[in-house]
Ligand binder design. Structure first.
Ligand code: ATP
Length: 433
């Protein structure tokens, strides 16, 4: 059985140390979340999987880590200062605040009250750079990582000597003062993005737009999201941002309905053009074959690390019969699982304990391991199932004689005996897929 509702995931995430409410001991702070020990491992594995597939394993990609605070002129040029806003309305009666474009009715869904006139609310967080809090020192927390890539286009292209088509990838925090955050980590005010700006010859833009839509859609399936829970939705013309020539969303079937995981857009030459105009610097590309200069077009697959992590967590969740009871098991793809192998001595006494601890210290050099000697083996299996550990290894009295251990598969619950000398090879083959 899959996840029934968001509350099931929120409770599991808290109980097992994936995600906690931020500032909890002070009553919590709205829409901010902290990743606990297994959550930080899961999210890091999601980001590593993305980086590996999109940067390290490709010749046409390179990475960047630009700063969060940037010149305010960047946001002026990109249009964020004037346009990065959502329409906001308040209910005159109960005072609840809404993002107007997400409302289905013209009256307050909570109390039926009338709304105020809609106002545009800019989503960028403002602060001051340096000790003086005046207008000249206003600075913004970036609402997307993309602009850091555009303004470094020339630096990266020249130092990496990449030729078109090539992409620059970046993972980092972004901030948006969302009017209505919610649905756990789906919409927060501080979140992490995984963005690619792929620079192409304008003539090839349509071809690469198609390519990246498919590539990114397939990536989620490759890491275990069930195909029936994913859809690719092309935007209607009236949904497109003013600079975009095409945009499609990869959507996941969250418990609250299909919603965006990632957007893939053809941003044309809009951003490079604007930064060229505004900075006075030449951001054109000289094609070495034709000797012609032009401004590249950009295809942008823009994903959220927190939304992806949440989708992987929800999709992995299963409740299924285990003997007379039910077990909760997270069937993560092995590369995403926070812990790869758990090691149990049948009893917490020597010599089983020493054997298991030695095995743990050998394996931990290669795989993320967890040693557990507390409770019955059945309880220990349950604990690992709930955090999605693909393999559990039990050391018993026979192990002392034959140097073999029992390895249990999380998904099939099948157990097999395996000699410790073959363990690394076995785990390598099954985990690093
Ligand atoms: P939405 O329509 O949901 O507000 P968006 O279209 O504004 O999202 P983009 O600007 O395309 O989002 O951002 C790219 C990605 O960054 C999104 O697909 C999402 O995964 C992530 N993202 C954007 N805003 C948030 C947020 N407030 N909280 C968590 N992730 C976010």
């Amino acid at each position: 059985m899959a996840v029934k509702d968001m509350q099931t995931i929120v409770s599991l995430a808290k109980r097992r140390g994936f995600i906690f409410q931020s500032s909890e001991i002070y009553g919590g702070i709205n829409s901010c979340w902290d990743y606990g020990p297994y959550g930080v491992a899961l999210k890091k594995n999601v980001k590593d999987a993305w980086w590996q597939d999109n940067v390290l394993r490709r010749q046409d990609m390179t990475g960047l880590d630009s700063s969060i605070l940037m010149s305010p002129q960047i946001w002026q040029a990109s249009g964020h200062l004037s346009n990065f806003s959502d329409p906001m309305v308040d209910c005159k009666k109960c005072k609840l605040r809404y993002r107007e474009d997400t409302l289905e009715s013209k009256t307050c869904p909570a109390c039926g009250g009338e709304f105020t006139e809609s106002r545009q609310f800019n989503l960028m967080f403002k602060t001051f750079m340096g000790p003086v809090e005046d207008d000249a020192n206003i600075i913004y927390l970036r609402p997307e990582t993309a602009q850091g890539i555009f303004v470094n286009f020339k630096n990266v292209q020249q130092t990496s000597r990449k030729k078109l088509p090539f992409g620059i990838a970046q993972i980092g925090k972004s901030f948006r003062n969302e009017i209505t955050p919610g649905n756990f980590t789906f919409r927060t005010r501080e979140f992490e993005q995984m963005e690619i700006e792929f620079f192409v010859n304008p003539e090839q833009a349509d071809e690469f737009y198609e390519y990246w839509k498919n590539e990114r859609f397939d990536w989620y399936k490759r890491f275990g999201i069930k195909p029936e829970n994913l859809q690719l939705r092309e935007h209607d013309n009236d949904e497109l941002a003013h600079y975009a020539r095409g945009c499609a969303d990869v959507e996941y079937k969250f418990p609250f309905g299909f919603s965006e995981l990632e957007g893939i857009a053809n941003r044309t030459d809009f951003d490079l053009n604007k930064h060229m105009e505004s900075s006075g610097r030449d951001l054109t590309y000289l094609d070495p074959q034709t000797n012609k200069k032009f401004i590249p077009y950009v295809i942008e697959p823009s994903a959220g690390a927190d939304r992806a992590t949440l989708a992987f967590l929800i999709d992995a969740y299963n409740e299924e019969p285990d003997g007379d009871e039910n077990r909760v098991v997270l069937k993560f793809h092995p590369r995403l699982a926070p812990v790869k192998v758990a090691i149990f001595p049948l009893m917490k006494k020597p010599p089983l304990k020493e054997f298991a601890q030695k095995l743990n210290s050998d394996l931990i050099k290669r795989f993320v391991c967890e040693y557990d000697e507390v409770g019955s083996i059945g309880k220990r299996y349950r604990r690992q199932d709930e955090i999605g550990t693909p393999y559990c290894i039990t050391v018993d009295f026979d192990s002392l004689e034959d140097n073999a251990v029992t390895i249990r598969n999380r998904d099939t619950m099948q157990q097999e005996r395996i000699n410790t000398s073959s363990l690394i090879e076995y785990l390598d083959k099954n985990l690093n897929i």
